[in-house]
Design a protein around this ligand. Structure first.
Ligand code: ZN
Ligand code: ZN
Length: 190
């Protein structure tokens, strides 16, 4: 009989399986959780990536409050929680920056947040420029899009270029060659 008294041991499989996926922000819509959920785990191997993503998903992830010392160069250059090596050293040694093993790592994609910030910041100056200079700058920006430069370096570079264009505003015969040598074939492009 299935209704045997006192027998609480379950012999059938769980009737109601969890239908929806676990959501860590169901009751928590704080800014911090949002930020952590947006973290793109990179510069680590596939296995370490899973470990960190698991922590993010189940809210075990504790972001660093200040940069940590890199096990390789011993500088305070580790900015991501659970990583033990800085991105730079990881790249040079071609290892995972978490387990330090020679493995294929997940590449870093440019931080969207950073890109937007860069755009907004420069956008204002850009808007104040005459059309021609604006195009010069945009072309320069596109040209350097895939450069190996770090985002901060690139931002600095773009800002200085833009400022230069801005400062030279009154001089209509600005030397564009300084920025882009093939600037003259403007008409060959559509
Ligand atoms: Zn390092
Ligand atoms: Zn690893």
């Amino acid at each position: 009989m299935s209704t045997q008294r006192g027998n609480t041991a379950r012999s059938r499989p769980q009737k109601h399986q969890n239908k929806s996926k676990f959501k860590n922000n169901l009751h928590d819509t704080s800014h911090k959780t949002k930020l952590i959920n947006n973290i793109h785990v990179s510069d680590v191997c596939e296995r370490c990536k899973e470990v960190i993503e698991w922590k993010i998903k189940y809210k075990k992830y504790k972001p660093l409050t200040q940069p940590k010392k890199c096990v390789k160069c011993e500088q305070k250059t580790v900015k991501k929680a659970y990583h033990v090596m800085c991105t730079e050293c990881g790249k040079n040694l071609e290892v995972c920056t978490k387990c330090c093993q020679v493995k294929e790592v997940v590449p870093n994609v440019p931080d969207k947040h950073e890109e937007i910030k860069l755009d907004n910041e420069l956008q204002q100056i850009l808007q104040s420029l005459p059309e021609r200079k604006r195009r010069t700058f945009i072309r320069y920006m596109n040209k350097t899009k895939n450069s190996e430069e770090k985002p901060e370096e690139r931002q600095k570079d773009l800002a200085s270029k833009l400022n230069k264009l801005n400062v030279d505003d009154k001089d209509s015969d600005i030397d564009f060659d300084e920025f882009d040598s093939d600037i003259c074939d403007e008409d060959s492009e559509s």
